[in-house]
Design a binder for this molecule. Sequence first.
Ligand code: DQA
Length: 149
Amino acid sequence: MRILIINGPNLNMLGKRDPGQYGSLTLGAIEDLLRAKAGSLSVGHEAIELVFFQSNHEGALIDFIQAQSPHAHGILINPGALTHYSYALRDALIDAGLPLVEVHLSDIEHREPFRKISVIADIAAERVMGMKEKSYIEGLERLVKYLKV
Ligand code: DQA
């Protein structure tokens, strides 16, 4: 089972961003946690392969989704600020036709009003937010559970 782990703008700066909202781990450290989690979820089941991608560019994210989604089974995505306004990213995710889990490190429902809006919320099978790096771990667990049902 292959899962795409996609991160949008500014998430390459984790570790230097506001730790109160985003925690103190780098994106690389979060990816290591996800690899370890995927290994534990694989035990006794089909192996789970994670494919990681981060970009600060909307078009690069869309190109990656178009190229990789035919070879994948699910998507875990933190679109960063694109969450709040990118209909192009939303369309690419719809066209991918894969089960989708939306994750956020911070609790976007309880920050500035513009962050309450997610243009991908209604196409996500699950949403996880507000648990810093644990949002990704919980999101991966939920996606794998969803894919195995
Ligand atoms: C974020 C929340 C977004 O509002 C913000 O623009 C980000 C990160 C989060 O993980 O909490 O860059 O998606």
